[in-house]
Design a protein around this ligand. Structure first.
Ligand code: CA
Length: 369
């Protein structure tokens, strides 16, 4: 036997032994640093989505897989579907308390805990996905988001985008503002508050419970995401009309939450892997959902006979006006809220004129179909 090969193999086996000896669940201490920097970390990622749910759950799975591979197994992330380790809407608390080191969710679910968080998921009648990404990465949004989560000991990362959402599934027609009166609808975040001010009754329930709530009449309407995700829940079997556009969510950002102590206990290269893997996941999820929305929309209309309806202009104008009033009021609620509002307003003034002459012009020029 070639002696060098033998020594190499023994060395590798020794290194593997060190790695496993240094692995411990929730490892936050560089306990094995003296053993050659080979310490490994095992993290839990809790999510607000059913396990393997198309786009959202699968996006979380791919993020975990990326981190595992990029770190060569030094940071292993295990994904839990909503309600597997903690309920879907307790992701924020689970990461804050370090029940899990990582979470995959949407920031508008936390309005009761951090009202300012809602703005980072998106703004009704507001920024498109690419505009929102520009604000978060380059326009000061991420720094403000971190400031909002810092008192909770959580570090937020942008981790995906649903693209423009649909208006939702309705069991009654919406022909005028009067039809919103008394409408019981599942709609979270800022959109829910706008619906409430328009005379409706918003509720928020986890995605997995939508079908039953709609079918049993507990709610009259629900929004979820778009064709791809809505088809997966079979919502077309529980409602007559599928309304567009998703005025309340023109491009919703998903978030990765990381427990700050857990994050700070990582060596710098693993911190960078988490950051870059999250950034790559944004494009991955956005692309997945864009492509599959097209396929699912065709299926919903052609195979399931779904009736598409556009919200009347009168209704959209009314909701848009309420939204502007709400934004102004919220901006006055706290100094931090005011700074966040001022930041995306100033950003919008810079970027929207560019979107007007680029995206809008080109979309209007595009032949139908
Ligand atoms: Ca939604």
């Amino acid at each position: 036997m070639d002696r060098r090969k033998f020594v190499g193999a023994a060395g590798l086996a020794g290194a593997a032994g060190l790695l496993s000896a240094c692995t411990k669940p929730g490892n936050s201490q560089p306990a094995c640093e003296e053993a050659g920097g080979g310490e490994t970390f095992e993290w839990k990622m809790v999510t607000s989505w059913p396990r393997d749910f198309p786009g959202l759950g699968t996006g979380a799975n791919r993020l975990a897989e990326s981190i595992n591979r990029l770190s060569n197994g030094r940071l292993k992330v295990k994904v839990y579907g909503g309600n597997e380790l903690v309920p879907a809407f307790e992701v924020f608390d689970a990461v804050r308390q370090r029940t899990a080191e990582m979470g995959h969710s949407a920031s508008y679910y936390w309005k009761g805990k951090a009202p300012e968080a809602q703005f980072f998921a998106g703004i009704p009648f507001g920024l498109t996905p690419q505009e929102l990404h520009g604000w978060i990465y380059y326009g000061g949004g991420l720094e403000l988001w971190r400031e909002v989560y810092a008192p909770h000991g959580i570090v937020p990362f942008l981790v995906g985008n649903s693209g423009p959402q649909m208006g939702g599934w309705f069991n009654r027609e919406i022909n005028s503002i009067a039809d919103i009166q008394g409408l019981k609808m599942r709609i979270p975040g800022l959109g829910g508050e706008i619906l409430r001010r328009a005379g409706g009754t918003p509720t928020n329930i986890p995605g997995a419970e939508l079908f039953t709530a709609l079918q049993t009449g507990t709610i009259d309407a629900t929004e979820w995401v778009g064709p791809y995700n809505d088809l997966a829940f079979g919502l077309f079997r529980a409602a007559k009309y599928y309304y567009y556009p998703g005025w309340h969510e023109p491009g919703t950002a998903l978030e990765c939450l990381v427990n700050q102590q857990a994050y700070e206990s990582l060596p710098e290269d693993l911190q960078e892997i988490v950051r870059v893997a999250c950034q790559a996941a944004v494009l991955d999820m956005w692309s997945d959902i864009t492509y599959n929305n097209g396929i699912a929309l065709k299926k919903l209309v052609e195979e399931h006979g779904v009736e598409l309806r556009r919200f009347p202009a009168e209704v959209l104008d009314h909701l848009g006006n309420i939204s502007e009033d709400l934004m102004r009021e919220m901006a006055a609620e706290s100094e931090l809220m005011g700074r966040i509002h001022a930041s995306f307003q100033a950003y919008g003034e810079i970027v929207k004129p560019w979107t007007e002459i680029s995206d809008r012009t080109l979309l209007n020029l595009r032949p139908d179909g």
